[in-house]
Design a protein around this ligand. Sequence first.
Ligand code: FAD
Length: 303
Amino acid sequence: MTNLTKDFFYSLSQNKLLNESAKKWGFKFGADKFVAGTDLNSVTRTIKKLNRYGISGTVDNLGEFVSDREEAMRTTNNIIRLLNRINEENLDCHVSVKLTQLGLDIDEQFCIDNMRKIMEAASKFGIFVNIDMEDYSRYEQTLRILQTLREEFENVGTVMQAYLYRAEEDLEQLKDVRIRLVKGAYKESEAVAYQSKAEIDRNYLKLAKKRLLGDAFTSIATHDHNIINELKAFIKENNISHDKFEFQMLYGFRTELQYNLAAEGYRFCTYIPFGTDWFGYYMRRLAERPQNINLIVKDVFYD
Ligand code: FAD
């Protein structure tokens, strides 16, 4: 895929008008393959199905870049409702949240207050909360909020993006924190991030190995079979306990590989997005993977 096509989908992912309009459209362009329904009942069915195969979930009540206080508060309540559901139905999963869905762009303290409400509910039920990492303009705020929350709560962690030059240094500060390691989904400048796949992959492997030799839990989040195979060999060679890490992939991606890794005895966790706010999430997936664009063509011409 050309950089132009990538740029096109990245810019769509951040277009406020389209993100808003898409909430009313219902799923379009094949998004339903990657989003587990619009409501709590649909996502509950998906989690239960995965749990039957020994796969846990990290559930994302979709939403981002919220600029309205009421909406951020509604989202906070929806996430608390999700936590209640996980507890009532004893589902094997935790939740993933984005700080911009909780009002980060409105006011940092307001966002912390919303996060605190979520953390209180999650702590009561013993459920882990992951703060997804968004684009670099929110990176330092995200790490700062994580540190604030960690003064009160243990069951919170975040994501590190291997495309960032500073990832290794920052992971040193996060040695005791549960971390999901990803390559990075946003378009960042070369002032802060590696641009080539080879450099990002090299850094990913370096960081993953370092984490696996450390003490805290790591989620190895990638669909890249080359990376997964190299890490499986590393885990075996170094006799690393399977309780110290899990593999993670997105719902709808490489499903067979997800089931295979779980069947091989690795801890496996699927990232399960749900809700009406699917547009930005789906456009980023299209920017990453050209093959998915075929789904749009099918949806537009054959449905
Ligand atoms: P890629 O570099 O996209 O793919 C590597 C190779 O793997 C490809 O060349 C191909 O051979 C193979 N491959 C990949 N996908 C497929 C497929 N569907 N079918 C067949 N082969 C395939 N990013 C953030 O910035 N913040 C986050 O909080 C965040 N959370 C994430 C959570 C999870 C669970 C996952 C899996 C990703 C998350 N991401 C996040 C996205 C991530 O940063 C990458 O953009 C995304 O995962 C694509 O990179 P990749 O590691 O999967 O490998």
